[in-house]
Each structure stands twice: as structure tokens, then as C-alpha cells.
Design a protein. Structure first.
Length: 327
């Protein structure tokens, strides 16, 4: 497998109107945000400017100006990673340009049997890419081509550079500019969780309501054993590399995980309850015993984390229900 990386550096122009004219009301509303410069207007012709996002930078740029691109190769199979949605004809022209470049610059390893495909919406998203002809005619796709009528030409130019380097083995000077990291300036109306604590005498992970044992002594396929734990807000740590809920099976003397919150049969629910005027978090784990579950002894286990203050480290906890039988 080989790979070529690069970036398309484009001046983000705008989100353009869905037609070739714009009435005065929309112009006035647009100008409250940002009146487009004459440079922007000229660049986007024949489309009028609806939002001049390329000139709007608060709290950060409204449109990306650096777009990552790459080419991956698996034998005779070539993948173009593009950060947007290409129209059918735009995609065809890009693929043909790359294939032609590979064949003309290779040593025979690329030919008419070389298969070039596109993987869209890769690494970032910059809306649509239409052809020059489509840009002048279409409403939706062309109106969402942010960088003007020559956007496709810019992509073809940069992808041909990568394709030539891949065919000749040329070492490109670095990977080009990198898109900025905007994570520190993101705006959110969702407040960070803070101040969670269990009730007096309890710890996070302790049982609030244990599994209710069935009258027959064991659960059947399709039954839904559940348990509820005192817990903190799951947004303290999304446990992307872990899990909030696990079904464990007793194998010998060891509890072995057999289902987690990746499985559709296992449900994790978090809610807040009021007790003596105070708010406390509860995590409920419900398992719908699947038809393929082996008979045996099981338990439900919960994982979570909490923080005492905004700057304090995460404190991780776990808790487990009592054992129950599935037959």
C-alpha cells in the first residue's frame, strides 16, 4: 500500500445564492453579517453572494481555507480521498485526470486496467464541488460550491501533483499546510458537568436497585434483567476506548465480558433523580437476553468517572450487580 498526502489551499469565498439573482431584502439581511467585497463578488460570478463566509472570521473562519487531500494505492486500485461532495461529472473528470497522470508518468505499472475511485467527505467537509459548466447552471450543488467556478480545477491541479509523485516515486516536500486545530475555540451551549456526588453513605458504582430475581429462579431468552447504580454524568469521560455497561458471564472462577454497550441487546440509560432536595445521577443497565446467549451465571457491570472540580483529574469507578442465572 502506498499513500501520497497533500492539501488544497483555497481562499474560502462564500456560500452563494441558489440562483443568479438576489433580491434587496436578502441583500440587506446578508449585509448585517458581512457585506461581500468586490473581489468576492467577481470571484463568484455568475453566482451572487448570499453569505460571504470567506471574509467572516469570528469566532473562527466560517469556511475552511486549507483542505487535506490524499491518494491511497492498493496494487492496481487507487483511492482519491476528497473533502467534499463531487458531482458525477466533477468526479469523473478528477478520476480521469488522475488515471491519465498515473499512466503517463509510471513505468508501466499503471494502465487502462488501473481502477480509480473516490472516497468522499474524507478528513473534513467543504460542501459540493461542481464543474465549471454546472456552476453556471445548477442551483443546489453549484450554489454550495464554496470556492467559485474553478474549484474543480484546483482539485485536479493538486491531485495531479500527488498522482505524478506516486507514479515516479518522487518525494514531495512535506505534506503541505495543515488545517488549523479549532478545538479550543469551539462554542457550545452545553455546560460541562460539574458537582456530581452520590448520596450520603454511598459511593459511585454502588447499587441503587439490584437485579430483581425472577420467580422461576432464572431468566429466559427475551427477558430483560436490569440494575441501577449511583453514577456520575457520563460526559466526564465518554469512554471511547472503553464501555459504560458490560454483561459478564461466570466462567470457572472468572467473570468474563460477553456483551457491552456496542451490542444492541444492552441498554445504558443515565438520568437524574431528586432525593431530599438534592440531585443525584443514576445509571440503569438493561439487558435483553438474546436468543444466542449461552445458559449460565451472569451479572451486570457499570463503569464511569467523576470529577470533584473542573481542574481535578477524573476518578474512575465501577460497580456490579448480584449474579443471576440464564437458562
Amino acid at each position: 500500500m502506498t499513500c501520497c498526502l497533500g492539501s488544497v489551499v483555497l481562499e474560502p469565498k462564500i456560500l452563494v445564492a441558489l440562483c443568479v439573482q438576489i433580491n434587496e431584502m436578502w441583500k440587506r439581511l446578508r449585509d448585517l453579517l458581512k457585506e461581500p467585497s468586490q473581489y468576492q463578488v467577481d470571484c463568484q460570478k455568475p453566482k451572487p453572494v448570499l453569505l460571504s463566509t470567506g471574509e467572516m472570521f469570528v469566532p473562527y473562519a466560517w469556511a475552511p481555507s486549507i483542505l487535506p487531500i490524499q491518494i491511497l494505492r492498493l496494487g492496481n486500485f487507487v483511492i482519491l480521498s476528497v473533502p467534499g461532495e463531487f458531482t458525477t461529472m466533477a468526479g469523473r473528470r478528477l478520476r480521469e485526470a488522475v488515471k491519465e497522470t498515473l499512466i503517463n508518468n509510471g513505468n508501466g505499472e499503471f494502465d487502462n486496467e488501473t481502477h480509480v475511485v473516490m472516497a468522499g467527505l474524507t478528513n473534513t467537509y467543504s460542501q459540493y464541488i461542481a464543474t465549471f459548466e454546472e456552476y453556471k447552471q445548477q442551483r443546489y450543488e453549484a450554489a454550495s460550491t464554496l470556492y467559485g467556478p474553478h474549484t474543480l480545477s484546483a482539485y485536479i491541479q493538486e491531485f495531479k501533483k500527488l498522482a505524478k509523485a506516486m507514479a515516479t516515486g518522487e518525494q514531495l516536500g512535506g505534506t503541505g499546510l495543515s488545517p488549523p486545530d479549532l478545538s479550543s475555540v469551539q462554542l457550545s451551549l452545553l455546560q460541562d458537568p460539574l458537582g456530581d456526588s452520590p448520596p450520603p453513605g454511598k459511593r459511585f458504582g454502588d447499587m441503587q436497585q439490584d437485579v430483581a430475581q425472577p420467580k422461576g429462579g432464572s431468566f429466559k431468552k427475551g427477558d430483560k434483567p436490569s440494575a441501577t447504580f449511583w453514577s456520575a454524568n457520563p460526559r466526564y469521560d465518554l469512554l471511547i476506548e472503553g464501555t459504560f455497561a458490560v454483561v459478564e458471564m461466570l466462567q470457572g472462577e472468572r467473570w468474563v465480558p460477553v456483551y457491552d454497550d456496542d451490542d444492541f441487546c444492552l441498554y445504558f440509560k443515565w438520568n437524574v433523580t431528586v432525593d431530599n432536595g438534592s440531585l443525584y445521577g443514576l445509571a440503569t443497565i438493561e439487558w435483553e437476553v438474546p436468543e444466542g446467549a449461552a445458559s449460565g451465571v451472569y451479572r451486570l457491570r457499570h463503569f464511569g468517572s467523576s470529577k470533584k472540580t473542573e481542574d481535578s483529574p477524573n476518578e474512575y469507578f465501577t460497580g456490579a450487580s448480584s449474579a443471576f442465572t440464564v437458562s
